[in-house]
Ligand binder design. Structure first.
Ligand SMILES: [Zn+2]
Length: 228
């Protein structure tokens, strides 16, 4: 079932070690088939060297396992909440990539300092609030998803395809699993550059709104003209 999607999600997962976004098995990618409402996700704790497309786990949006011999990634309930809340996304990624995670651990949103950021993220990349003790004890991974959704109450997830979970790390998303990985790679680069920007100049200012507007909209707006 969903063999093509499994292959896509497998390839997207294999990009994480290739792009140096993860150490050991600290990351996961999923992709959804909106027609059936089933999504495919990496199994929990299987080494990347041993991972195969057929090992991907098929889940429904109620959290039932539909197919697969392994347990799904422990972050599955977070992915599930994001798919339910953001109907236009088709893929989700979670990593502990070091630069983005450093901002998450510092509890800071990543300011938009330039066009590399503005090409992909319309404005700052937000850092979500901490979970309460009850939220952690009750359903940690599901509530991680709900806190991300709360962070996006006034933000468009299609314009800001990523978030930092405080004291934890980044989640990104996109139209499919590969685009979500692409956004995870960009987020990591942007996190590194923002840190360096502040190291060079403690008083660095946000890029002007005009730059933010121009760079994001030429790639993603209604009248996008970037690329072929
Ligand atoms: Zn994590």
């Amino acid at each position: 079932m969903l063999e093509e999607l499994k292959e896509q999600v497998y390839k997207a997962n294999m990009e994480l070690p290739k792009r140096k976004l993860i150490t050991y098995t600290w990351g996961n990618v999923s992709g959804i088939d909106r027609e059936t409402g089933y999504f495919v996700i990496k199994p929990s704790g299987v080494d990347y060297d041993e991972l195969k497309p057929e090992d991907m786990v098929v889940m429904d949006l109620e959290g039932n396992k539909i197919e697969g011999k392994y347990k799904p990634s422990s972050d599955t309930p977070t992915h599930l909440e994001l798919y339910k809340a953001f109907p236009e996304i088709g893929g989700v990624v979670h990593t502990h990539s070091p630069w983005a995670t450093s901002w998450a651990q510092a509890g800071r949103s990543i300011p938009c300092y330039g066009t590399t950021h503005a090409d992909y993220f319309y404005g700052d990349i937000p850092c979500a609030r901490s979970l309460t003790k009850d939220e952690i004890e009750e359903a940690y991974e599901k509530n991680t998803g709900l806190v991300i959704i709360e962070t996006f109450k006034k933000l468009n997830p299609n314009y800001v395809p990523g978030v930092l979970c405080v004291n934890h790390g980044p989640f990104t998303w996109g139209k499919d699993a590969m685009e979500a990985v692409h956004n995870a790679v960009v987020l990591e680069e942007v996190a590194k550059m923002a840190y360096q920007t502040e190291s060079i100049n403690h008083h660095a200012q946000h890029a002007p709104d005009m730059i933010k507007e121009k760079h994001f909209m030429r790639k993603h707006g209604k009248n996008a003209y970037y690329g072929q």
